[in-house]
Design a protein around this ligand. Structure first.
Ligand code: ASP
Length: 306
């Protein structure tokens, strides 16, 4: 039963602060990304391609905090993080703090498939991108007035900001998980991180096991929320471990980690997950999460609020 789920970030997504027109745009963005991944699965293509293409679509939509829509770091740059994992081979690729790369998720995949390493950082990862002919873009490509206003606001208050708080209309980190017709799982996540982040801060998104994990024996997971909490709780791997070692269902594992463990530790956010038979879970403990899923039987939804 091939299945795909995607997210466009979680957080304080308040109905009263989003216009119907904006809701429409977000839904269209989610639908386009879902279709990009779903069409690959429907043609019998691999889960890995489906999650990469879904995330690329979200990276190229400036409404979401990844790729073109990435938030500003304190230094005025767009420092992006991404990771991808194949549930069949357990291979993974990740990049952190990269600038000017149009599709960080494809760079993460190139690291996975064309290097001996898992995780590349900053200018080294950009050198790798150039050598492997990934598309680079000038700073202007990533500029948006909304993001710049968000930076100035965060700087005024001297804080780093998750990209889903009040007065924000641009929304979060993106991710995808998929199960293909061969029974293979894959997961991908991409982000600009937190507005006004400093000192080379990196969140959970590129950390395998924290923001992203996939294992054919258990599940595929992609997270969104305050990265520091997700790293400390090793969220994505924890869900897989609860299934593998304790025999929990995907639903029980997700509920426990997101609504109990993470919440009690103060970690706001959510995740999307699929297990090896196509069950889908989209739990979050924040007000909302941009999310969508669809399976072979045509079941699915596109949703934003709680
Ligand atoms: N998890 C991301 C980070 O901490 C942020 C997000 O999900 O919006 O970098």
């Amino acid at each position: 039963m091939y299945t795909i789920a995607i997210h466009g970030g979680s957080g304080t997504i308040n109905r009263s602060e989003i216009t119907p027109e904006q809701v429409k745009q977000f839904r269209q963005g989610l639908e386009a990304a879902l279709d990009a991944g779903y069409n690959i699965l429907a043609r019998g293509g691999p889960a890995l391609d489906a999650v990469e293409q879904a995330v690329r679509s979200l990276e190229e939509n400036e409404l979401f905090n990844a790729g073109k829509g990435a938030v500003f770091s304190a230094n005025g740059k767009h420092e992006m993080d991404a990771s991808i994992m194949c549930g069949q081979s357990l291979k993974a690729g990740a990049v952190a703090g990269v600038t000017n790369v149009r599709n960080p998720i494809s760079l993460a995949r190139a690291v996975m498939e064309q290097s001996e390493n898992v995780f590349l950082l900053g200018s080294g990862a950009e050198d790798f991108a150039r050598e492997h002919k990934l598309t680079l873009e000038p700073d202007d490509y990533f500029f948006s007035h909304l993001r710049f206003e968000q930076l100035k606001e965060a700087q005024k208050e001297n804080k780093t900001q998750l990209d889903h708080s009040k007065k924000n209309t641009g929304k979060g980190t993106v991710g995808a998980v998929a199960l293909d017709s061969e029974g293979n799982l894959a997961s991908a996540t991409s982000t600009g991180g937190l507005t006004n982040k400093k000192y080379g801060r990196v969140g959970d998104t590129p950390v395998i096991g924290a923001g992203t994990y996939a294992n054919n024996q258990t599940c595929a997971v992609s997270c969104t929320g305050y990265g520091e909490f997700f790293i400390r709780s090793v969220v994505a791997y924890d869900i897989s471990c609860l299934m593998e070692y304790k025999g929990l269902s995907l639903k029980k594992a997700c509920d426990y980690v997101v609504q109990d463990k993470l919440k009690n530790r103060g970690g706001e956010g959510g995740l999307i997950a699929i297990d090896s038979v196509g069950n889908v879970e989209l739990p979050f403990n924040s007000e909302g999460m941009y999310r969508a899923w669809c399976n072979e039987a045509g079941k699915g939804e596109v949703a934003i609020f709680g």
